[in-house]
Design a protein. Structure first.
Length: 160
């Protein structure tokens, strides 16, 4: 485990919370990596909330999956500011091809706590969906998490 010493330095309470968060993240990630198939959306959501909901800046993460929806890799592909992080479809798809992934779940956080998507979030999702389709890759969802909850863009954007 590696706590974020920048935020914990000089504040014992924050240091303890940082260690607890890190332990929960490791536990959730271990459950996901040991799972044969990512068939339970609730487990994916729980993991993403623990991993991302309290981050001070936006972070874009991709869960790369094989043809049976087994997790190949969970990777942070971009970090940004408190209000935005770039989503680069070319880089995400290049990595998916390198991993021989056949599907992915895109996720990012909103440090404001409000998980509602911006127009930019929806546009970036549409660009990724279009490019992935051309390569025969499936994007199962784009999930936005924040301290106030989470939202799936699957219901707001045409994923087929």
């Amino acid at each position: 485990m590696h706590s974020d010493s920048r935020t914990a330095r000089g504040n014992p309470g924050r240091a303890i919370l940082s260690l607890v968060r890190e332990a929960m993240l490791v536990s959730s990630k271990d459950k996901m990596l040991d799972r044969i198939c990512l068939s339970k959306a609730a487990d994916v959501i729980e993991y993403l909330i623990v991993a991302m909901a309290q981050l001070p800046v936006e972070e874009v993460r991709v869960l790369f999956l094989d043809s049976k929806n087994r997790l190949i890799s969970d990777e942070v592909v971009s970090r940004g500011s408190i209000s935005e992080a770039p989503i680069y479809p070319r880089e995400i798809l290049k990595r998916a091809l390198a991993l021989d992934a056949s599907a992915m779940i895109l996720a990012h956080n909103h440090p404001s706590g409000d998980p509602n998507p911006s127009d930019g979030d929806i546009e970036a999702t549409c660009r990724l969906l279009k490019a992935a389709k051309e390569l025969g890759l499936a994007v199962h969802d784009h999930i936005i998490v924040g301290s106030e909850g989470w939202i799936s863009l699957r219901d707001r954007v045409a994923f087929q």
